[in-house]
Design a protein around this ligand. Structure first.
Ligand code: G
Ligand code: G
Ligand code: NA
Length: 256
């Protein structure tokens, strides 16, 4: 209860900020986009990571105002990078509750309104949803995702490999990108079964003409191995940690 009250206040006082983690090509490490990651700056407890409040936000419905704030802030920052000539993509994490429980019409209206307000083409905004969310509510998810896709946005499936969804299942959704979960990347060089799993995901992704992003790349060896398997993109501490917007601006200036 106490956490819930603090979270309600945080929404009113806007105690959140976004960090941005670069997503790069594995071939030449050019920055093609960033993933927006929320942090809660509590005046008393300091920086609280999303794992510790997103589940509560989803239960209480607070995810709707929080999600709105995230979308708007992400587009404000994207607008500023675009106006400096850095035409990168923005991937935003969206909870099932934002898409479905609220209602998908309002989610799509919100997106239209914000894209217009900041003069951003929908093709630069990418939506990340988790594999587990897709599996929970297939029909409703499908409709919501089709509306997003019709809008011109790419959909990423996050944490892939953790939810046991089948190839035929995946094929029924309008997805453009698979994100390979960090837990497989962590162990793939030591653990042949994880390496095989990654190979299978990459082959499957390619056969469905999807792009692949590997998450949590921490070493040169991991990057080289993923590249050799034909994985297109990656993110992880090897390339960059999630950064506040001004630090990301500096990185773009140096790298592009
Ligand atoms: O930044 P960090 O690795 O601590 O993020 C942990 C998880 O929190 C991520 O896997 C991501 O799915 C989730 N997350 C981060 N930012 C957001 C957000 O803005 N909205 C939602 N719904 N989830 C987020
Ligand atoms: O699942 P999702 O991609 O949305 O979550 C990304 C989370 O993983 C963020 O909390 C981010 O801080 C974290 N992260 C990103 N890259 C790395 C990495 O290379 N190593 C570790 N340990 N965490 C990472
Ligand atoms: Na994500």
């Amino acid at each position: 209860i106490e956490l819930e009250q603090r979270l309600r206040r945080a929404v009113l006082q806007k105690e959140f900020c976004l960090n941005y983690q670069p997503i790069v090509t594995l071939n030449d490490r050019s920055i093609i986009g960033v993933e927006a990651l929320i942090r809660w700056q509590d005046p008393k407890f300091g920086l609280i990571p999303p794992d510790q409040f997103i589940p509560l936000a989803e239960e209480t419905g607070l995810i709707e105002p929080i999600g709105e704030w995230v979308l708007e802030q992400a587009l404000i920052d994207l607008h500023s990078w675009h106006s400096q000539g850095y035409m990168i993509n923005m991937a935003v994490n969206v909870s099932g509750r934002q898409l479905i429980n609220g209602n998908q019409i309002s989610f799509n209206r919100l997106i239209s309104k914000l894209l217009k307000k900041y003069g951003i083409d929908a093709k630069y905004l990418h939506i990340e949803i988790t594999e587990s969310m897709l599996m929970e509510d297939r029909e409703q998810c499908l409709h919501a995702l089709e509306a997003i896709r019709d809008h011109g946005m790419d959909i990423y499936i996050d944490d892939f490999g953790t939810g046991y969804s089948s190839l035929s299942y995946l094929k029924s959704f309008p997805i453009s990108v698979i994100k390979i979960d960090k837990s497989f990347v962590d162990n793939m060089l030591e653990c042949p079964s994880d390496a095989n799993l990654i190979k299978a995901i990459i082959m499957m992704g390619k056969s469905l003409e999807l792009k692949l992003v590997a998450e949590g790349i921490e070493t040169e060896k991991q990057l080289a191995f993923l590249r050799s398997l034909g994985c297109d993109f990656g993110q992880g501490y090897l390339i960059s940690r999630p950064l506040p917007n001004h630090e990301l601006s500096n990185l773009l200036t140096l790298r592009l």
